[in-house]
Design a protein around this ligand. Structure first.
Ligand code: NAG
Length: 139
């Protein structure tokens, strides 16, 4: 019986919660502007682009920003590949990846953007723990 409840809940969760889509800022080499305004927001490809990527290029004539959606694999590979060029000096390139909506926005604060996926996951977890406790106390 308990198993049935678990299975049903898990099924509901997978159906509603698994289509992972985030939004990121997207722009190509914008000079001296972090392109973090609403007109740069795009929807990433569902279940494929699960991260936001941010490139900061320091050039003689300014700082250039390049932002996009990315798959976590591609983003992590390029960010680690460019690690050695991330010096902060002229001609340096830094690539960073993050996986919350619009996380490639302005640097100021790391605004904790509550993700619908994680909050529904934690409430599901809470439900499962409660069910387990109830069933234990009944036996
Ligand atoms: C992103 O998707 C939402 C809902 O799916 C839609 O309302 C919005 O217009 C889309 N934004 C862009 C920039 O495509």
């Amino acid at each position: 019986m308990l198993l049935l409840i678990y299975a049903t809940l898990l099924g509901i969760f997978l159906k509603t919660g698994y289509a992972l889509q985030i939004q990121c800022y997207q722009c190509e080499e914008v000079k001296n502007n972090e392109c973090s305004t609403p007109e740069f927001i795009v929807n990433c490809t569902v279940n494929v682009q699960d991260m936001c990527q941010k490139e900061v290029l320091v050039k003689k004539d300014g700082i250039f920003y390049r932002k996009s959606c990315a798959s976590s694999g591609a983003c992590l590979i390029s960010s680690s590949g460019y690690q050695q060029f991330c010096t902060g000096r002229i001609n340096s390139v830094c690539i960073s990846c993050c996986n919350t909506p619009l996380c490639n926005g302005p640097r100021k604060k790391n605004r904790p953007v509550p993700s619908a996926a994680t909050s529904s996951f934690s409430s599901l977890l809470f439900l499962l723990v409660s069910l387990t406790l109830v069933s234990l106390s009944l036996t």
